[in-house]
Design a protein around this ligand. Structure first.
Ligand code: DAH
Length: 339
């Protein structure tokens, strides 16, 4: 019996020492000290001992029980401390760690350039007006002096909804809409999407963007047009920018011109960007044709005005050094994030 008790003591103590969790420790306690445990089983055999042996065995059994009990208590303390520590370190917050950056969206490059241009004209007293992309043939062509069969329609072939409704090929119908709605003095710009049935390549896209501008009042002259657009170019490309006006033809303006600005890269010396020219075409413009004014209910004997139309996509491509217009419409985030 003595050997058995010693064996229980050493087995129990080593199992207690090895218990890796409070649960394992409790299992060990049940096995050795529990009501159906090994020690209890031995104690039940005490009755079979001789009266001489009994006290010594009793004492030993008590020692073993106490030793195992103490071992368990000690191990429990250790395990509780360990568990507390691991919980504390798992749940701790390191306030010195850098936070996670929330991903913030931003405006599309086209929209940014559109806003920049709009700001410049807003600062000069222009209003921003908005109009439909699905437009009457009447406003997109007819009332701009481009009747059916006019050669200008060839260069602006578009998508027809029916014989009278088209996807607008330019923002110029906003001139008509504004004149029909407002009385002079009028100073507006109208940014927006336009369509032409062009085959996409690096410089053409069936969807693109323009900004239209128009000023009508008594006594407005070509000098106002040149002055306003020169200020615009200097604000957009910097104070050293110079502009030049070349004669051109648009059916709804007379006289008509195209405006170039000195290349914003080389300042006019000639570089890869301006293809050695020193100049970059910025917009088309002119004095509003008297017939257009009259058709829109404005008396050309009393009022005069100018208008311009500008491609926003090209402007954006210059601004951000983009060499293919299609990149603006593919919405590939790998591209957009670079800007
Ligand atoms: N809408 C013309 C185009 O797309 C550009 C233009 C030229 C607009 C002269 C105008 C203008 O308002 O006066 O080519």
């Amino acid at each position: 019996m003595k050997q058995k008790l010693e064996k229980i003591r050493s087995e129990a103590l080593s199992r207690v020492a090895q218990a890796a969790s409070l649960q394992e420790l409790e299992e060990a306690r049940v096995v050795y000290l529990g009501k159906k445990g090994e020690l209890t089983a031995i104690l039940k055999q005490m009755g079979g001992l001789s009266p001489e042996e009994r006290p010594a065995m009793g004492q030993l059994a008590n020692e073993v029980r106490t030793a195992i009990g103490d071992g368990i208590a000690q191990r429990r303390q250790q395990l509780e401390k360990q568990e507390l520590e691991s919980r504390l370190s798992a749940e701790s917050i390191d306030v010195t760690l850098p936070g996670k950056d929330p991903r913030i969206g931003r405006l599309h490059p086209l929209k940014r350039v559109q806003d920049e241009v709009s700001e410049i004209f807003l600062g000069m007293g222009f209003d921003v007006v908005d109009g439909p992309e699905v437009e009457l043939d009447l406003y997109n062509f007819e009332m701009l002096n481009i009747p059916k069969g006019h050669p200008a329609r060839d260069t602006q072939d578009t998508f027809y909804i029916d014989d009278n409704i088209v996807l607008r090929t330019q923002t110029s119908p906003m001139q008509v809409r504004t004149m029909l709605e407002r009385k002079p003095p009028i100073r507006i710009i109208a940014p927006g999407r336009c369509y032409r049935s062009d085959t996409p390549d690096a410089t053409h896209s069936p969807v693109f963007h323009q900004i239209e501008g128009m000023a009508i009042d008594k006594g407005i002259t070509m000098a106002d047009l040149k002055g306003t657009l020169e200020i615009f170019a200097k604000k957009l490309y910097g104070p050293d920018t110079r502009v030049r006006f070349r004669p051109h033809h648009f059916p709804f303006t007379e006289p008509s011109a195209e405006m170039d600005g000195t290349c914003f890269r080389c300042g006019g010396k000639g570089c890869r960007f301006c293809k050695g020219e020193g100049w970059i075409e910025i917009l088309g413009c002119g004095m509003i044709h008297p017939k257009v004014l009259r058709d829109c209910g404005i008396d050309p004997e009393v009022y005069s005005g100018w208008a311009f139309g500008m491609g926003l996509d090209r402007l954006t491509m210059f601004r951000y050094d983009i060499d293919d217009i299609r990149l603006l419409f593919e919405n590939d985030l790998r591209f957009l994030r670079q800007i």
